[in-house]
Design a protein around this ligand. Structure first.
Ligand code: FAD
Length: 526
């Protein structure tokens, strides 16, 4: 039920995307070898597929991990933790830094930081097992709880049901309350926590579109309110997603469903601490161009360090790239190519972000708006962050705009100056007035375009079984794995889960003294 004064979903907001399940994971501390090897859990691709022969294992099998973002780093870390025998792990990263879309940057005109990519971490620890939170704790990283409860609509701040009534009218309030009840009836907090579990009903059925659910909101003002509230979480248009995901993105604004935190000193510290603990060969500035099965077994990776292309051979490969980067790698051999093409087209539902961070000489908005973020009814609904609230010692102010979906994609075509002009023009009247009254100056602005970089979950789409998501050709190429947030819900929690699954499967196979069957033993097309 909604509280009388301060609504949870109606006024709260969290940004970015949420993770769909924690319960499908192994219990921490449980040996990875207790899990079935992947091939034992996979249905055969066709009736002509034959059983996979086991091969004896060499002294230290080699694993290539492609992509040095969270997906690749988590996979490497989990693999080195889960492996019960020596492994040679090589992590390939095309850029000169590890961390991918988790990126804390600094302005030039003052030593002030801002998040250019992933904004916050999602906390499920109040339900029980929360691997990301546990990892953050294990790495000794202090966290800062983030929160916000305001939505700015037509220049007025709404942070309670009373505000809804006075700003949008009694009909809109009643309509929102009815929608809020519907959402809670359809999904309890524990169902929310379990909803990505493979065994859960929503995990394997085509989900209805969220558009029809939104149509049940009979007040146009209330409907718009909900659409704006969840727009930047979805990174897509609300009607383009499925009902489950739409409701989840609404409900996650309630702390009994999910909570938020950031890392003190910047989210990138998670990646830096992890990098310091990786016991593997890390090759930055090394773009993997192609992957194919080697005739002698294993896989050949061709990569381009600078101008000189080179190649390496590995027993196993984990491709930890976001779905929009997969198409830039050539997969050799018809069977592998087709398997990856099928996988890509199944998951090809691009969603978009545009992030603009503006440095001011002081946080001129604090008298009007508090909290780490609030929502704004511009750009189809966007999130505004008080980035400077993450560091209480900061005297400067940093405002961040996170635009999602069509608005992000459209505006991203403009120049940086035009984009900055557009977001400053979106400030509600009371904030523009505060800016002028405080004689506050804009010192610097940064624009980061993340077009197609995250994944939407459309209505009518059936998620693949978890095993098939991670191993697209289990019979022909059982040593070829994919890990990514797009296999779940485009969050860090999701990519950690994906990485853990792959690491555990590999570790379980290797613990039994075998490699997944080598490609060289099997003719293509069988
Ligand atoms: C604006 C924005 C806000 C977000 N907010 C949140 C949030 O609040 N909470 C949350 O949980 N998640 C959030 N996310 C999602 C989160 O950032 C992703 O879940 C996470 O970064 C996915 O990790 P990844 O390793 O799969 O991909 P990436 O982070 O994209 O990393 C992939 C890496 O692979 C490298 N690479 C690409 N091609 C090659 C190649 N051919 N060879 C070698 N290396 C290659 C890239 O350089 C990159 O380093 C946000 C994302 C964006 C864009």
């Amino acid at each position: 039920m909604l509280p009388a004064r301060r609504p949870s979903c109606l006024g709260g907001h969290i940004s970015g995307k949420r993770y769909l399940s924690r319960q499908s994971r192994l219990v921490p501390g449980r040996s990875s070898v207790e899990r079935e090897p992947i091939r034992a859990t996979m249905p055969p691709e066709s009736t002509t597929d034959t059983a996979v022969p086991h091969r004896p294992l060499g002294s230290a099998p080699s694993v290539a991990i492609v992509g040095g973002g969270p997906g690749g780093m988590f996979t490497a870390y989990e693999l080195q933790r889960a492996a019960v025998r020596p492994l040679q792990i090589t992590l390939y990263e095309s850029s000169d830094r590890l961390g991918g879309k988790v990126r804390t940057m600094h302005f030039k005109s003052a030593d002030v930081r801002y998040e250019a990519g992933a904004a916050e971490f999602y906390d499920y620890s109040h339900f029980g097992h929360d691997p990301l939170r546990e990892l953050v704790e294990e790495l000794g990283l202090p966290i800062r709880v983030l929160g916000g409860s305001a939505m700015v609509v037509d220049g007025a701040v709404i942070s309670s049901t009373d505000d809804v009534r006075s700003c949008l009218g009694g009909h809109a309030e009643a309509s929102l309350l009815a929608f809020d009840r519907l959402a809670r009836d359809r999904m309890t907090p524990s169902e929310f926590y379990a909803s990505g579990d493979d065994g859960h009903a929503t995990a394997r059925e085509p989900a209805a579109g969220f558009g029809a659910t939104l149509e049940t909101i009979d007040s146009a003002l209330a409907r718009r309110y909900v659409e704006h509230l969840i727009h930047s979480d979805l990174a897509a248009e609300p009607a383009q997603t499925n009902e489950t995901y739409g409701l989840q993105n609404y409900l996650m604004n309630d702390p009994s469903y999910m909570r938020l935190y950031g890392i003190e000193g910047g989210n990138q510290r998670l990646m830096d601490e992890l990098a310091a603990r990786l016991a593997c060969s890390v090759r930055t500035g090394c773009r993997v161009e192609s992957i194919e099965a080697a005739p002698s077994g294993g896989f050949v990776l061709r990569h381009s360090p600078g101008a000189d292309a080179a190649e390496d051979q590995h027993d196993l490969v984990v491709v930890a790239l976001p779905h929009d980067q997969l198409c830039k790698v050539t997969f050799g051999g018809a069977r592998l190519r087709e398997a990856v093409d099928r996988h890509r087209s199944h998951h090809d539902h691009p969603a978009h972000y545009l992030r603009v961070s503006v440095l001011f000489d002081r946080p001129f908005w604090r008298e009007s708006l508090s909290g780490s973020f609030w929502m704004l009814d511009r750009f189809g609904g966007c999130c505004m962050y008080d980035e400077s609230s993450r560091d209480p010692s900061m005297t400067h102010g940093v405002l961040g705009w996170l635009l999602g979906g069509d608005a992000a994609r459209e505006l991203a075509r403009a120049t940086d100056d035009e984009i900055v002009h557009a977001v400053l023009g979106s400030l509600p009247g009371f904030l523009s007035a505060a800016l002028a009254a405080n004689h506050s100056a804009t010192m610097e602005a940064r624009v980061h375009r993340w077009i197609g970089a995250v994944s939407a979950l459309p209505g009518g789409w059936t998620p693949m079984p978890l095993e098939r998501r991670h191993c697209p050709d289990p019979v022909g190429h059982p040593g070829f794995f994919l890990a990514g947030d797009y296999l779940y819900d485009s969050t860090l929690n999701g990519v950690l889960d994906s990485a853990e699954r792959v690491a555990e499967w590999i570790a379980a196979d290797l613990a039994e003294g075998r490699l997944p069957r080598r490609q060289g033993e099997h003719h293509e097309g069988t």
